[in-house]
Design a protein around this ligand. Structure first.
Ligand SMILES: Cc1cc2nc3c(=O)[nH]c(=O)nc-3n(C[C@H](O)[C@H](O)[C@H](O)COP(=O)(O)OP(=O)(O)OC[C@H]3O[C@@H](n4cnc5c(N)ncnc54)[C@H](O)[C@@H]3O)c2cc1C
Length: 475
């Protein structure tokens, strides 16, 4: 079914395909051989892929459509690439595939202030959209540490979560409309701006979180929220995980649903961020857990009293052991730097395994205890740092550095962690997706019937299995 340029016949097919792509798009859009730099070969997951036959860099919907039509006619695999910040290997090229990089499809098409929407090309960096929304008097709620490099098309394809999910939802909740190119080159325009539209099934859902296996996202209509002019931010040291949950529920109740982030960092993460990561420590290291609590609003001065009373209550109840309230924008930024230091940490502890699991919140404390026990009993020389968007049930764990033993230790730790995840009713991927990396564990979180339905949908949309083959599902 899939063609890979590995045999003499394939080489002839590859030449025919390349000629067809160049004839359709022009030579400038199609990189081959030495023109393909290393940046197209891997994403942040470190997963190893193959050398693509070509990298196509379309400038328009029409050029993507023509690329797909050519590849479809030749039954040739295609791998969509956004900003390559993915942590599951979804954008890593298969040997001999055609990479479609969205890097030239960047820009804001429209901000509709009446509808509170922003229409963007898929290759637009997330941060560019945040800044454009801000300049127009709105707030674009999606936010994650890779904001400067990741693209909105990649965010949609992975259904990215990030720092504000607790209040605004995941990428899926911000997408109103999409333009998608199907595997055969058909342009599916669903550039809806309405919040309500029940005229039949919600087709755009097929392309959100499906990691480029159903089509290529070329444009999107995204929802905007009213501008927030500031935030009340605190770093709180808490006694244990139960105390953190009590603080979360109390804050949500007292702050009328305005809690916009509730990020938890366990002691080892905090210590590492403030030592190896070199980030200023607003509170001393050594407390069991740290919570970054954020309440966004339009009048932070007016909210300050309510915000402080939440912290006072937590201290009085013994849930909180210590707290620091940001007194300025730069204080708040330095608190957030603790949480955003993950990019640096991944480099410091490389090679790492990056877990992105989720649980019913009531099971998170048990899960962390059990995973720690695995490390102390079986892998005492390897660090495991726990942190995450715990208000959404999402725990991240960076484990490393791993020994150079042909991935034996990596697989042993993964088997142990994902077995715990399955047993506690969790998900093997909260927000990063399955990609290549978590394929062996998909069945831990999805039933056979669900996987059969995913396969049936994939076959219906992509009968030749050319769209990002081998990602999410094994062929
Ligand atoms: C420091 C750091 C922090 C991060 N924090 C978070 C976080 O808090 N929350 C979170 O959810 N993720 C996080 N991530 C992971 C990553 O940033 C997200 O998964 C992001 O959404 C990927 O976007 P991208 O443009 O880099 O996509 P890529 O890595 O290029 O691709 C990701 C997947 O999407 C597909 N794809 C890309 N563009 C398209 C398109 N236009 N059409 C169809 N398919 C496409 C690819 O084939 C691949 O399967 C983080 C990563 C880093 C490095």
């Amino acid at each position: 079914m899939n063609s890979y340029a590995s045999t003499a016949t394939d080489t002839a097919q590859a030449t025919t395909l390349l000629n067809a792509l160049k004839a359709s798009l022009g030579t400038d859009e199609v990189l081959t051989g030495e023109q393909i730099s290393d940046k197209y070969l891997q994403d942040w997951s470190g997963e190893k892929g193959g050398k693509p036959l070509a990298v196509v860099r379309p400038r328009s919907t029409d050029e993507i459509s023509r690329t797909m039509a050519v590849c479809h006619a030749h039954h040739w695999p295609v791998v969509p690439q956004g900003g390559l910040t993915g942590l599951a290997g979804g954008a890593v090229p298969n040997q001999g595939a055609v990479v479609v990089s969205l890097e030239r499809m960047s820009g804001i098409e429209e901000i509709d202030t009446a509808s509170a929407t922003i229409t963007v090309l898929a290759g637009t960096p997330l941060q560019t959209i945040q800044e454009a929304a801000q300049a127009a008097g709105f707030f674009f709620a999606l936010d994650l540490g890779a904001r400067g490099s990741c693209q909105i098309g990649g965010n949609i394809a992975t259904n990215a979560g990030g720092n504000r999910v607790i209040r605004y939802g995941m990428a899926r909740d911000l997408v109103l409309g999409l333009e998608v190119i199907l595997p055969d080159g058909t342009v599916l325009s669903m550039m809806n701006k309405m919040v309500k539209n029940n005229a039949g099934p919600d087709l755009k859902g097929l392309f959100i979180g499906t990691e480029g296996t159903m089509g290529i996202v070329s444009k999107a209509v995204m929802r905007l929220h009213p501008q927030v002019t500031g935030a009340n931010t605190a770093l709180v040291a808490v006694a244990d995980f139960d105390a953190a949950v009590k603080l979360l529920r109390h804050a949500q109740q007292r702050l009328s649903g305005h809690v916009s982030a509730f990020e938890v960092m366990w002691a080892d993460y905090y210590k590492s961020a403030t030592t190896d990561g070199g980030i200023r420590a607003p509170l001393p290291a050594g407390y069991p857990l740290y919570v970054l609590l954020d309440m966004q609003g339009s009048a932070p001065e007016e909210n300050a009293e309510r915000f402080e009373s939440v912290l006072e209550h937590a201290l009085a109840e013994g849930w909180a052991l210590d707290a620091a309230i940001a007194q300025s924008h730069s204080d708040a930024e330095s608190f957030w730097a603790l949480r955003d230091s993950i990019g640096e940490m991944l480099k410091t502890y490389a090679p790492t395994i990056n877990f992105d699991v989720s649980f019913p919140i009531s099971n998170i404390g048990i899960c962390v205890d059990r995973m720690r026990k695995v490390m102390s009993e079986q892998f005492p020389d390897i660090h495991a740092m726990f942190f995450g968007h715990v208000g959404d049930g999402n725990v991240h764990i960076v484990v490393g550095p791993l020994p150079d033993d042909g991935r034996k230790t990596e697989h042993a730790i993964e088997d142990a962690y994902y077995a715990i995840t399955k047993e506690l009713g969790g998900s093997v991927s909260a927000e990063h997706g399955i990609g290549i990396h978590k394929k062996p564990y998909l069945g831990h979180s999805r039933s056979d019937a669900e996987i059969a339905l995913i396969r049936a949908m994939k076959r219906a949309i992509d009968p030749h299995n050319i769209m990002n083959p081998g990602k999410i599902l094994s062929d």
